[in-house]
Design a protein around this ligand. Structure first.
Ligand code: PHB
Length: 414
């Protein structure tokens, strides 16, 4: 809704030495799922925003990210009017396979908790949200550079940046939302003395590959083996995503395709003859692995959302769901802060979001430690893990615990 933004061009109308200034109600740094969903929900409530991102739209669309959506986030996409493509192009997964001891054990979400998750790649969610902003006349600027926050704690915070056409801009905002990921400028704008960073490092990472092949299983397979963890996920009927646990500083150039297939097949092999369907590997990368939370999530006129505020290890597929949960809570809190003119309302955000964030941290940590092999693991540790996996897979209480966490039931966020 650029028309609502008042252009404050420097006097004289000639060549501007200063930045061209505009105003908006909410400035959003980062056009990922948290930032775009928030802009979309705010627009539904009649609140205007400007979203900036230093990546181009094409670069974001070329980034492959996980896309497991909890039911409530599928509904958020559809019911907010962003898009119902997920119902046609996403696939509903009513369970996962836990694989250990050479056998697959299905965790049946539908039977256990009456819920499911949706496999819908994050690039599709991005396209849906970016299209929705375009359709509704939203102001989203891709490919900006030199992004800086001006006086984020003050009464008139601003986003300063250079547009993709080379023009310096400053957008004054009532609230700035930092949704620019774990390496963005917003997290570091939280003053050191006012915030606590909670961290956990893990002694492993994920080696991720994209494979041009049909799916190897109907649902996702989370495999524990003596050689370490592997995950068999999917993207489309002809493109699959697979991961195996590796060393954090593993070098992808040491992994020709044959070696990757040997390793992946060895990690899922079992008495039931399950084997992966192989195909050309079109992408290889090592994914960082950590847990992180910033508290509080607000300082003055700046609030953090999504990965800027928290990072979870990918094992529980919670990162995207947390980003959308933040957007949902923020839409409510920011709308009230703007309508009442009382920025202190923003203080409600952290406590409402953090309960769900820590629940997801716990779930992701639990899935991670149950399934991965620590570098110093002994035979005792591997036996203990298998006993834990049996306790989860073979008991209704254990399986229900996993199903609730994975589908997001009982999350207290919101
Ligand atoms: C993925 O498809 O990339 C994916 C799926 C489930 C996870 C993590 C990643 O837990």
């Amino acid at each position: 809704m650029r028309s609502l933004s008042e252009e404050l061009r420097p006097a004289g109308g000639g060549r501007a030495l200063a930045s061209a200034q505009t105003r908006t109600e909410v400035g959003i740094v980062g056009a990922g799922p948290a930032g775009l969903m928030l802009a979309h929900l705010l627009a539904n409530a009649g609140i205007e925003s400007v979203v900036i991102d230093n990546r181009t739209r094409a670069a974001i669309e070329a980034t492959h990210r996980a896309g497991i959506l909890e039911d409530r986030n599928m509904r958020l996409l559809v019911e907010s009017g962003a898009s119902d493509r997920i119902l046609r192009h996403g696939s509903k997964h009513a369970g996962i396979d836990l694989r250990f001891g050479g056998h697959s054990h299905r965790i049946d979400f539908s039977a256990l908790v009456g819920a499911a998750v949706w496999l819908y790649p994050q690039t599709e969610i991005f396209a849906d949200l970016a299209d929705a902003r375009e359709r509704n006349g939203g102001d989203v600027r891709f490919g900006v550079t030199d992004t800086r926050l001006v006086d984020p704690a003050g009464d008139r915070p601003a986003m300063s940046f250079t547009d993709s056409d080379g023009h310096a801009r400053e957008v004054r905002c009532e609230v700035i939302v930092g949704a620019d990921g774990s390496r963005g400028v917003c997290r570091s704008a939280m003053p050191t003395a006012r915030r606590t960073f909670f961290h956990r490092a893990y002694p492993f990472a994920w080696f991720g590959v994209l494979v041009a092949a049909p799916p190897s299983a109907a649902e996702l397979v989370y495999a524990h083996s003596d050689r370490g963890f592997a995950l068999i996920s999917q993207r489309t009927p002809s493109l699959q995503r697979m991961y195996f646990q590796c060393d954090p500083d593993e070098d992808v150039s040491r992994w020709p395709d044959d070696r990757i297939w040997d390793e992946l097949q060895a990690r899922v092999r079992g008495a039931d003859d399950f084997a992966l369907r192989e195909g050309p590997i079109t992408d290889k990368s090592v994914l960082p692995f950590r847990s992180f939370v910033c508290e509080p999530m607000r300082h003055g006129g700046l609030v953090l959302a999504g990965d800027a505020a928290h990072t979870v290890p990918p094992t529980g597929a919670k990162g995207l769901n947390l980003a959308l949960a933040d957007a949902r809570i923020l839409a409510d809190v920011v709308e009230r802060a703007i309508r009442t003119g009382d920025r202190e309302v923003l203080d409600e955000y952290g406590p409402r979001a953090l309960a769900g964030v820590w629940r997801a941290q716990y779930f992701s940590y639990w899935m991670t430690t149950m399934l991965h092999r620590a570098p110093d693991a002994t035979a005792f540790d591997l036996h203990r893990q298998r006993a834990e996996l049996r306790a989860v897979a073979n008991s209704a209480a254990g399986a229900t615990f996993l199903a609730e966490g994975y589908t997001g039931l009982g999350s207290s966020s919101g």
